[in-house]
Ligand binder design. Structure first.
Ligand SMILES: Cc1cc2nc3c(=O)[nH]c(=O)nc-3n(C[C@H](O)[C@H](O)[C@H](O)COP(=O)(O)O)c2cc1C
Length: 218
């Protein structure tokens, strides 16, 4: 299984979403189902702002020094996405939605003709057969109470990935992190337990796919 990890926390240290994603990655590694993990730490990735050149550069048939650079950056990110079996996104909630850099990554990989296409029956996602896990950390509570209506992060990312053809999307929340020490510890423990559950199922799914593939080869 090939994994693409997109890490969207701007924090240098003590990011909870990154800690949880690494927890998932080490359990998957230990189950020895992982062939390769490619990590895109969005803090270190030079992404382009969406301006005239960006819009022009991602259109087919355009050319120019800056447009070419923008297109090759987008192409490289799309290549990594196409190559993965599992997309893991770890992200904090920023103002009820995705951090700005994660939105820019989305702008770079949403490419007509590469990750989705227009058909007579409307747009069609081209990333079929992949799975996504989104690890979200939030200061407040969104699973119940008034916060529920303000959660534009998990539902947005799920809807966007569905649009690209990834229909198997799990969102794991670690919430209440900035309310009290007690809620923080509980939020992290709950998320870890959910991730452990996902890991054990992923291992089983992967084993049966591998067994089917080897039967087909024989
Ligand atoms: C710019 C900014 C905006 C934030 N907006 C929200 C928010 O809308 N809702 C919320 O619950 N927490 C919000 N937070 C808190 C973070 O989501 C929370 O601390 C999270 O645990 C950080 O995750 P990380 O440690 O992985 O970076 C915000 C934090 C920052 C820096």
């Amino acid at each position: 299984m090939q994994i693409l990890h997109v890490d969207a926390s701007p924090k240098t240290e003590s990011s909870v979403s990154r800690f949880l994603a690494n927890h998932l990655l080490s359990s998957l590694d230990a189950s020895s189902h992982v062939k390769q993990t490619v990590t895109h730490d969005l803090r270190a990735l030079d992404l382009y702002e969406v301006d005239d050149d960006f819009i022009e550069g991602l259109r087919r048939g355009t050319t120019g020094a800056r447009l070419d650079k923008i297109r090759s950056k987008s192409d490289a990110l799309v290549d990594d996405l196409l190559a993965c079996d599992l997309l893991l996104i770890s992200t904090p909630m920023h103002n009820f939605s995705v951090p700005a850099k994660l939105k820019l990554w989305i702008d770079h990989i949403a490419r007509a003709g590469r990750t989705f296409k227009y058909s007579e029956s409307g747009p069609k996602g081209l990333l079929e057969g992949k799975r996504a896990i989104i690890v979200v950390s939030t200061g407040g509570i969104y699973s119940s109470g008034p916060g529920q209506k303000r959660n534009h992060l998990g539902p947005y990312l799920t809807s966007f990935l569905n649009f690209l053809g990834i229909t198997e999307v799990s969102v794991v929340y670690s919430e209440g992190l900035d309310i009290s020490e007690e809620l923080r510890a509980r939020g992290i423990d709950n998320a870890k337990a959910e991730l452990d559950d996902i890991t054990s199922h992923l291992g089983q799914d992967h084993q049966s796919v591998a067994a089917n593939e080897s039967e087909n080869v024989q």
